[in-house]
Design a protein around this ligand. Structure first.
Ligand code: 3PG
Ligand code: MG
Length: 410
């Protein structure tokens, strides 16, 4: 157990809060999904109420250092959205390592909230510790950046679950440098650890996992780990075709990863009946809205590709999910952005909602599945939607997060 933000008296203190405000933006820098901002509010509000002087920090996207990226990936729209949600001004600090930041922080009053501009505008933020090991100049540049951030505060709060699998300066070097000061988890990280950790450590059974998405290679670690823990793994998305093709089924021109056939066969033989593959698919010649489709049982004819799980598979998965007591879902079942290839994904979303109604703990991890559950209007009918994509998968894989380990124990 890590020490919680709940336990710190922050009145008058300067509090540096790492959030994951990496939200999707459209071409006009408008936020298209503010879930990560809303998920950060409980901690921010608690620190306002406690009279802290809050300096929030986050990355946005993966800027390359070119001026255009700096314009497009500014946190300015996030600062505005935060102001609206908190109903108080949130000042954006542009020069985060210079006098603007230190001066602004010195002038803050209790309850004030400032946001530092995109951390990744500084290359030092993302230098990997592994690389810095054999390069003293890189190490010094990362440490120097982190020292500037650390000097802004008396308390460090990590509430950036979606970034906890990274060794970014703000995630790991800064709390290391703040040893001796309170370094705690926020409410969002605590909730993620409780749900994801609970599902892994002690799931109510049947424990059902639904995994989709394009590539087996992206999910290999998590499949390997979940195969040992859950009662059924339901596979969908193009990933299913790698398993089917590895078993000798013709898959037409569906997306496939031939390099992984050997691995797919090994996983299937390890998992036995617990690994469940689609029995039918929705196929078409191309991915296009309204294109003519067929339903195929088993093999996909040459020249066509499978773009969603078929109705028999949806029905079978529905039954298994509804009977689950713990259900974890990551990754769409088909090309859900393009109708009519969204039926499988929406079917899974509905099954999760019904399982929740029947008392199951249902957890959705990852950006695409979270978007799909929202699209289906069922976001409030699952127990927990993780704010982490990569982070939730790596957590379920059983990896340790150095960014969490470094924080104070409870
Ligand atoms: C994410 O959206 O995956 C997190 O914000 C982390 O971002 P990253 O994958 O660019 O490190
Ligand atoms: Mg990522």
């Amino acid at each position: 157990m890590k020490r919680s933000v709940e336990s710190v008296d922050v009145r008058g203190s300067r509090v540096l809060v790492r959030l994951d405000l990496n939200v999707p933006l459209d071409g006009n820098q408008r936020i298209t999904d503010d879930r990560r901002i809303r998920a950060a509010l409980p901690t921010v509000k608690r620190l306002i109420e406690g009279g802290g002087r809050q300096v929030l920090m986050s990355h946005l996207g993966r800027p390359k250092g070119v001026p255009d990226d700096h314009r497009k990936l500014s946190l300015a729209p996030v600062a505005s959205r935060l102001s609206e949600l908190l109903d108080k001004p949130v000042r954006l600090i542009k020069d985060i390592t210079g006098k603007e930041a230190s001066g602004a922080v010195a002038s803050m009053a209790a309850g004030d909230v400032f946001l530092l501009e995109n951390l990744r505008f500084h290359k030092a933020e993302t230098i990997k510790d592994k690389k810095a090991e054999d390069d003293a100049a890189l190490r010094e540049s990362k440490d120097a950046f982190a020292r500037k951030l650390a000097s802004l505060a008396d308390v460090y709060v990590n509430d950036a679950f979606g970034t906890c699998h990274r060794d970014n300066a703000s995630m790991l070097t800064v709390p290391r440098l703040m040893e001796g000061k309170p370094r705690v988890v926020g409410y969002l990280v605590q909730r993620e650890l409780d749900f994801l950790g609970g599902a892994l450590a002690n799931p109510d059974r049947p424990f059902v996992c639904v995994l989709g998405g394009a590539k087996v290679s992206d999910k290999l670690g998590v499949i390997r780990s979940l195969v040992k823990k859950c009662d059924s793994i339901l596979i969908g998305g193009a990933m299913g075709f790698t398993f089917l093709a590895a078993g000798g089924t013709n898959i037409g021109k569906s997306l496939v990863e031939p390099d992984l056939f050997e691995t797919a066969r090994a996983l299937r033989s390890e998992a036995g009946d617990r690994l469940i593959l689609p029995v039918d698919s929705v196929v078409a010649a191309e991915i296009r809205q309204g294109v003519s489709t067929e339903i195929c049982d088993g093999p996909v004819p040459d020249g066509l590709m499978g773009l969603d799980i078929g109705p028999k598979t949806v029905a079978a998965y529905h039954e298994i999910i509804r009977a689950g007591k713990t259900v974890f879902w990551n990754g769409p079942m088909g090309v859900f952005e393009t109708s009519p290839f969204d039926a499988g994904t929406l079917g899974v979303a509905r099954a999760l909602a019904m399982a929740t109604d029947a008392g199951a703990t249902t957890i959705v991890g990852g950006g695409d599945s979270a978007a799909a559950i929202d699209q289906a209007g069922l976001a409030d009918r699952v127990t927990h939607i993780s704010t982490g994509g990569g982070a939730s998968l790596e957590f379920l894989e059983g990896k340790r997060f150095a960014a969490i380990d470094v924080l104070d124990d409870a």
